[in-house]
Design a protein around this ligand. Structure first.
Ligand code: C5P
Length: 218
């Protein structure tokens, strides 16, 4: 039996949404199912990698055979990534909330007749940009995702430069693509070498192809 190509490698995968509290019983989040991140973690595991799977509250169960680190907020996710370093690669598939509620209450907010609450927002850490810019312990390969409805290559290429990551996996999420909530994905891989269109395929196939490319690159 040939040795598995990712044996001895450590990969961090972020996945799922984050959940930002408004008060102890309410929160702001998004519709990320965590399906693509879980599939990538499973594919890397199958190639022999040790996987730190850092996940927000997702709809799909985490794969077996990975180290699951469950978090809620973007701040917690960033701290969990930091604690999991060093790693050979980092795949940031989470749908991190861009904003947290700056004036979150530590007690349940009550209807008291004095008008509507006003939420104030503060920016969350950009985990992908942060890990890409680490002077020490930057993983050799940092991969981000981009969901684009139009001008996929131009927007994702700009995002790669802005974030400082090595690859961007760009998804076509235009309404006619059927990617959101669907089992399939249309992906363009953006690297320093340019843009590579992958044929439309299932999210599991995208995960296996990406894992194989990661193994090749390391
Ligand atoms: O900026 P945008 O959210 O479009 O970028 C998407 C990519 O950046 C994804 O890989 C996502 O996991 C990552 N990201 C992050 N932390 C944030 C926002 C996005 O790691 N606060």
């Amino acid at each position: 039996v040939a040795a598995k190509p990712m044996q001895g490698r450590h990969v961090i995968v972020t996945s799922g949404p984050t959940r930002e509290p408004i008060d102890p019983v309410r929160y702001i989040s998004n519709h990320s199912s965590g399906a693509q991140g879980a599939a990538i973690a499973a594919a890397l595991r199958d190639l022999g990698a040790r996987v730190s799977f850092i996940t927000g509250p997702a709809q799909v169960s985490p794969p077996e055979g990975v180290e699951v680190i469950a978090v809620q907020t973007a701040e917690e996710m960033r701290a969990a990534v930091e604690a999991a370093l060093p790693a050979d690669a980092a795949v940031m598939a989470a749908a991190v909330a861009d904003w947290k509620v700056a004036n979150a209450a530590d007690r349940k907010m009550k209807k008291n007749g004095s008008g509507m609450p006003v939420l104030e927002f503060a920016e969350n850490p950009d985990i992908l940009a942060w890990v890409s810019g680490l002077a020490q312990d930057r993983p050799a390969l940092v991969i981000g995702f981009a969901a684009e409805t139009h001008d996929v290559v131009a927007n994702a290429t700009a995002k790669r430069a802005r974030k400082g990551c090595d690859w961007i996996v760009a998804n076509d999420v235009s309404p006619e693509s059927g990617t959101f909530g669907g089992a399939e994905n249309t992906v363009t891989l953006i690297s320093a070498d340019g843009a590579e269109d992958w044929p439309r395929m299932g999210k599991d196939a995208v995960a296996r192809r990406l894992a194989a490319r990661i193994a090749e690159a390391l």
